[in-house]
Write a new protein. Sequence first.
Length: 339
Amino acid sequence: MFKLVRSFLFLMSAEKAHYFTLTALQLIIYIPGAKWLITKLFANKNQQGLKIMGIEFPNRAGLAAGFDKNAKYLEVMKMLGFGHVEIGTVTPLPQAGNDKPRLFRLVKDKAIINRMGFNNDGVDIIAERLKTRPKGLVVGGNIGKNKITPNEGAIKDYQICFEKLYAYVDYFTVNVSSPNTPGLRELQDKKPLMAILNALLDIRKQKIEQGLPSLPILLKIAPDLNEDQLNDIVSLTLETGIDGIVATNTTISREGLSTSPALVETIGMGGLSGEPVMKKSTEVLAYLNQHLNGKVVLIGVGGILSKSDAEEKYKNGASLVQIYSGFIYEGPALVSQIG
């Protein structure tokens, strides 16, 4: 059944299909009995009640950032069995993102190339929307900087998002690894990244002193880091005392694709996700697991299209996993399999 639906959706452009599907699922919620039926069909059979970073996760299956950027579809994602959803990337000011087309399927590779560019409604609107978030779903806030903000002013952007979302999310992920905002990945260097994380840790300390809970802070990194850069991430993680790492974001590599090089070249720039990134992202995960020795939480992301893919992430240190491209290619049944 899903393959038939997917064939229809793949007749549309990738971005149009994305919003068509989400809007349709949102409307289904209001049909009497439909929400109950879909919840029953896609109920995650792995409801383990895991306590990770002090948070009660219903299961280990999460939706990666970028899918529900604006926290509009949280009820839908809960209905489909996700235990957590990472919204965003959220920026202080609303921004339209990069020019369309900016989302592309590589069907032969079960992959996606995106250069969305942090298109989102801005932190104020998203914070307001989160006031009515569904109960029983863990929500992470993935935060970044506006495109117009120079790297020297990046700290302020992260602070603004952190402050304004603090009361409405369960954890934060600091995104310095998207390839679609010019210069953003330069913030993965140890010195600027240390400054950003320490600034957020200072705010968290203030929140705790005000009687608010201590929300976990995680860092999302690229799969394209070399060993020296990964060692910097390890030392920085231990020095700052952040709670975890999301490994990994999309890759800028185009190695090993079955899609014709001419088509890939026509598509142009963007981050590649899906099956081709599985090996590289899992290698990064394994390296972090070995060198951090269980001292922080690791969330495995990248190339998960089956139960065995998720198990590979767990074997290499992931406490939780997140999907994006796998959801597009394999459908909602995948959620229960990986959780």
